[in-house]
Write a protein that binds this ligand. Structure first.
Ligand SMILES: Nc1ncnc2c1ncn2[C@@H]1O[C@H](COP(=O)(O)OP(=O)(O)OP(=O)(O)O)[C@@H](O)[C@H]1O
Length: 308
């Protein structure tokens, strides 16, 4: 059941605060107002993703506690918080990447366009095609730039370019060229690499490698892009290009990005979710609101650098 907390009003005194659920906290004991759910964050448009009462354990370690929130489509949502608070764990719940971690168990619900992803019969390959992921360290395959971008569509059977397909007349070379160019353009890399598509991707700079990984993700036509600290291994110029790109991608995709960098979250996101130690979602709302006028004292302390 959702517990809604009254916002500060003239009736709220320093000595006690009464929640609508009737609980009273006394100043001095705790100055923290917590919520069970942040699904009352109001935004324009539809929710693309929704988590409801999501818990994750790694063995006996309770890494995420009862997370409920909705993520609007075609926008950037930043997940921030100190190390170990569960940001990456939450991100991985959104395309069931935690299924690959033996110790992880997930309870609760995540929906995409209202469809439950934690139910029997969900095709994980299809899910991860819809919900793509970009990692912290650029991880291109030691293959050509073209092969990197075409990897997903080839693997999913969207394009056929092997010897057999040539022999049987099903060769999709032109389609592959089109996907490679479109994805590299969308990732703002085409102009830098179009004359060397057959060069090994390992020869690219770190920033170019990360944009290549974004192009690889875009090539399978995802609806959601999850990014786990996508610029933390990059220099300021490369970081700035990734930030511009994220801003641009949010016109067509739902982007969820984990970052340690609060200035970055403030620059690039429409809404920000703050996780704090213990795996709780302590605040979620419009980015300006969270940074300029957080509801929670702990979040204010974190944002102003008092801890974390
Ligand atoms: N594969 C795993 N096996 C066991 N425990 C894990 C695993 N991954 C994460 N954890 C634990 O779950 C908790 C949350 O970790 P998580 O990586 O999600 O936090 P985070 O906020 O993303 O941290 P960071 O900012 O340092 O990347 C931590 O206590 C961590 O040790």
């Amino acid at each position: 059941m959702t517990e809604t907390i009254t916002t500060d009003t003239d009736e709220t005194t320093d000595t006690d605060r009464t929640t609508e659920a009737g609980q009273t906290t006394v100043a001095g004991e705790t100055d923290e107002r917590t919520r069970d759910s942040w699904t009352d964050y109001e935004f324009e448009g539809d929710a693309k993703l929704a988590a409801d009462d999501l818990d994750v354990h790694y063995g006996s370690d309770h890494a995420l506690k009862g997370i409920s929130m909705e993520i609007p489509e075609e926008s950037v949502t930043a997940l921030i918080g100190p190390s170990g608070c569960g940001k990456s764990t939450f991100l991985r719940c959104l395309n069931r990447m935690n299924d690959r971690i033996r110790a992880a168990s997930v309870d609760g619900s995540v929906t995409i366009d209202g469809e439950e992803i934690y139910q029997d019969g969900v095709n994980l390959v299809e899910l991860r095609k819809r919900v793509g992921m970009v990692f912290q360290a650029p991880n291109p395959f030691p293959k050509s730039i073209r092969d990197n971008v075409a990897y997903g569509p080839r693997k999913h059977g969207d394009i056929e370019t092997g010897v057999l397909s040539r022999l049987t007349g099903r060769d999709d070379r032109a389609k592959e060229d089109e996907i490679v160019e479109r994805s590299l353009r969308r990732a703002a890399l085409w102009d830098e690499v179009n004359d060397r598509l057959d060069d090994n991707a390992i020869g690219l700079s770190g920033g170019q490698q990360q944009r290549l990984c974004i192009a690889r993700c875009l090539a399978t036509d995802p609806e959601v892009i999850l990014m786990d600290e996508p610029a933390s291994a990059l220099d300021p110029i490369a970081t700035s290009k990734i930030e511009d790109l994220i801003d641009d991608l949010a016109e067509d995709y739902t982007v969820v990005v984990v970052t340690h960098n609060m200035q970055q979250a403030a620059r690039i996101s429409d809404q920000t979710a703050v996780f704090l130690t213990g795996g709780e979602l302590v605040e979620y709302g419009q980015t300006d609101q969270v940074f300029e006028n957080p509801e929670s004292q702990r979040v204010e302390d974190y944002i102003t650098g008092k801890f974390g």
